[in-house]
Every structure is written in C-alpha cells, then in structure tokens.
Design a protein around this ligand. Structure first.
Ligand SMILES: C[S@@+](CC[C@H](N)C(=O)[O-])C[C@H]1O[C@@H](n2cnc3c(N)ncnc32)[C@H](O)[C@@H]1O
Length: 413
C-alpha cells in the first residue's frame, strides 16, 4: 500500500467499492474478487479494497461499528488503542480543560478520534506517510482535526501562556520495523530504550507541555515513574494492555495506579489503597492458609498494588508480588477473583497426584505464578490428561509460599 492507493481508496470510486463490499468472509473472498474483476473493477484497487475489508472485520473487536468507516494497516491496527480505552485517555484531557491536543505519532488515529469525539481539536502527526494518510481519512468527520506526515521531534510545541489549554499525547511505536514475528507482524519491543519517539523525547515533551500523556508498555518499570506523574496500568477484560503516564493536570493520583476495565466499568486502585497493608508480611507457611484465595487483576499486580487486595480482604499475600492473597473471610472485590481453598499442599507431583485421584479428578486447570513448570508436562506427570472414566476437573494454583513451591487446590467461588 502506498499513499497514492490510500488516496484512490478514499476517492469516490474506491470508497463506493469499499462500502459496497459485503461483510468479509474468508471462504468466499476469492470468489467475490474474481466476480468483481470480471465486472471490470481495477485489480489493484480491488485487491486493496479486499485487504481493507479483511482488516475492517478484524478491527471490529477494537472499534466496533466505527471500523466500517476506517482505513487500516495491519501494523497500525495491532498498535492502535481500543476505543473504550482511547475514550478514557481523551476524558483526561477534556477534564483538564484542554482544547487542543498534539498527537505525536498518531498511528491510524484511534486516540485522536476519541479526543475529537469529545470536542477537542487534534493536531496529529505520524512519521509514516501511509499511516498519516489513513489517519487523515479516519479523522475526516472532525474539521478541527488535522493530520500530517512529520516526525514528533519536528513539531513546534507551544510554550508559556499559549500552552495552558494545549496538551500532548504520545503513543510511541513499540515495534521494530522490518523485524517480523512468526505471524509476519513486526516484533514488539519491551524496553523503554527501543520505543519511538524515544523515552527521552517523551520526557522532553512533558517538560515543555504540562498536560502530557504517554501510552507505554505494561512492562514500564516502576522506577521510571516520573516524580509527580501518575503511571496507570490498565487491563481490559483481565488483559493488561498498557501503562499510561500522565503529567501535570492530567495526573489524577500521583504515583502508581491500576485501572481494571471492561465494557461499561472501570475501577481504579491506588497506592493509598495499598498503604493499609504496609508492614504485613507474606504468608510464612501453608499452615496459616485461610479458607479463601483471592487473585488480583493483572493490572493491579503489574502496578505493584497487591497490597490493596490484602487490605480489602483483611488477608495475607502468599508470596510477595505474586498477586495471590488468602483470607479467612469471603469478600466480593470487583477487581479480584475469589476461590474457595480445598487443599494447600507442598508442590510434589506424587502428593498432588494422589490427592487429585483420591478426590475423583482426572483433569486440571493450572494457574501459576512464580513457578517455571510446563503445564502440559505436569498434567502428564500427574496423570491428569482427562483420559480417565468420568473424572472431574480441579483447579490448581501453583505459586510460592515462604520461598517454597506450593500447590493450592481451589474452587472458583
Ligand atoms: C502505537 S502507534 C500509535 C497508535 C495510536 N495511538 C492509535 O491508537 O491509533 C505509534 C505510531 O508512531 C509513529 N511513530 C514512530 N516514531 C515516530 C516519530 N518519531 N514521530 C512521529 N511518529 C512516529 C509510528 O509510525 C506509529 O504509527
């Protein structure tokens, strides 16, 4: 795909072809393409439109119905923010009274669209010409928004009084261009040193524009949280998708926070909530295991806030920072799963295997943290492959207590 093809797709002929295509169906795509070619549709335009149709079908999961009006690249889609989280980002700028946001590396424009939808003007750039051209198409509904192809480093940012109602948003690329993974997608980078624009550049932007936000990898190191800023780890349906850093008026709670999000819900956990558990030691041995085991949402674990769960359930952490907490009381915590403890055993294949067989189990769901074991290999060793007659399934939590490997057999509550 090149910019000329983006322009053709966005032009009258390309757009009406694109919008007339039926919902993408892999099984009939080739047949459809052949039929349209026979009807005289230009093969190059048709191939590009079919590619868009396939990407739009994939994009529905992130953008819902909006996907039908967007132009997309595979990498751009992969890196884009899903709309509910983009709306959360945009909400911070709106709440801080920001009128114009510089989106410095806008990708396909998902965050920019959410900002524009809240009535903010967006001045977006992307270093990649095709991506920038597509973002311009995706932002066409909002006349107050502009997109051009430029590097973030070249953008003149406002200073002084001019900057008061201006914000900056940076969602650096976390992929190595030209290095593909097994599925042909560019490989994801984890280190702060490898992102583009660089972490130094991002911090430089935050020095100039008080209202700066940046979306970074969930692997963002706690030690890198800038003083006074908020670093928020966010999960969507239990998967941690980002750590966003918010400076100046965009920071709601300085320090580390976790946002546990799903459709129509978001719960924020803060360091203050975890402070109630300060000084409480993790469990020393299995003898003091309570009747209940709680598993914190991964965003809470990534943010290092399992202490908030300890405080919420008046419990004790199993191993430090593993995300498991035990308590003798049953609480409903929206951002943690609760299990009833059936048995807590030292992690020995023979003891565990015997316990499982004695209780009529022939297969296991394995959850593990802090233990390097191959679940499939363990299932075979435990003879829990589901090939028995009429056995039932058990849930095992493998983790560490007092430095030792343990297996806790649990039942979801
Ligand atoms: C993670 S994507 C942005 C996704 C976007 N927030 C969204 O939700 O659609 C990062 C983008 O930054 C662009 N980029 C990388 N380095 C850049 C730079 N120095 N200046 C401008 N854009 C850059 C890449 O081309 C890529 O499209």
């Amino acid at each position: 795909m090149d910019v000329a093809m983006v322009e053709r797709l966005a032009g009258p002929e390309g757009w009406s072809l694109l919008q007339a295509l039926p919902e993408y169906d892999e099984a009939s795509a080739l047949q459809l393409q052949t039929r349209l070619r026979e009807h005289g549709v230009d093969p190059a335009l048709l191939a590009a439109a079919m590619g868009q149709s396939r990407l739009r079908a994939r994009a529905r999961e992130k953008f819902g119905e909006f996907a039908r009006g967007m132009l997309l690249t595979s990498d751009g889609l992969e890196q884009s923010t899903r709309l509910p989280l983009a709306a959360r980002h945009a909400g911070r700028f709106a709440a801080a009274g920001i009128a114009l946001v510089h989106d410095l590396g806008c990708g396909l424009g998902a965050d920019a669209m959410a900002l524009a939808a809240l009535g903010l003007d967006v001045s977006a750039v992307d270093a990649d010409p095709v991506t920038a051209a597509m973002a311009a198409v995706n932002l066409r509904h909002w006349p107050g928004s502009t997109v051009r192809c430029a590097r973030a480093e070249q953008v003149r940012l406002p200073a002084g009084a001019e900057a008061r109602t201006v914000g900056a948003w940076v969602d650096p690329a976390r992929r190595t261009v030209g290095v593909a993974d097994a599925r042909g997608r560019t490989r994801r980078v984890r280190s702060l040193d490898d992102i583009s624009p660089s972490w130094d550049e991002v911090r430089g932007i935050a020095d100039r524009v008080a209202a700066t936000g940046a979306k970074l990898s969930p692997a963002f190191p706690h030690a890198a949280v800038p003083p006074g800023a908020e670093a928020q780890w966010t999960s969507w349906h239990g998967e941690v998708l980002e750590c966003a850093v918010w400076w100046g008026p965009l920071a709601e709670t300085a320090g580390r926070t976790a946002a546990v999000c799903g459709p129509g819900s978001a719960v924020v956990v803060t360091e203050a909530a975890a402070a109630g558990a300060l000084g409480r030691e993790p469990l020393g041995s299995l003898d003091t295991m309570g009747d209940w085991l709680y598993e914190a949402d991964r965003a809470v674990i990534r943010a290092g806030l399992t202490g908030a769960l300890v405080a919420a359930v008046d419990g004790t952490e199993l191993g430090a920072d593993m995300g498991y907490v035990t308590s003798s009381a049953a609480y409903d915590v929206g951002w943690a799963r609760r299990y009833r403890v059936r048995a807590a055993l030292p992690f020995s294949t023979s003891t565990l295997g015997r316990w499982l067989r004695d209780h009529g189990h022939d297969r296991v769901t394995i959850k593990k943290r802090g233990i390097a074991t191959d679940p499939d290999l363990l299932r075979r060793r435990l003879k829990m492959t589901g090939r028995g007659k009429g056995g039932s399934e058990a849930t095992l939590v493998l983790t560490r207590v007092g430095g030792r490997q343990v297996a806790v057999v649990v039942e979801p509550a």
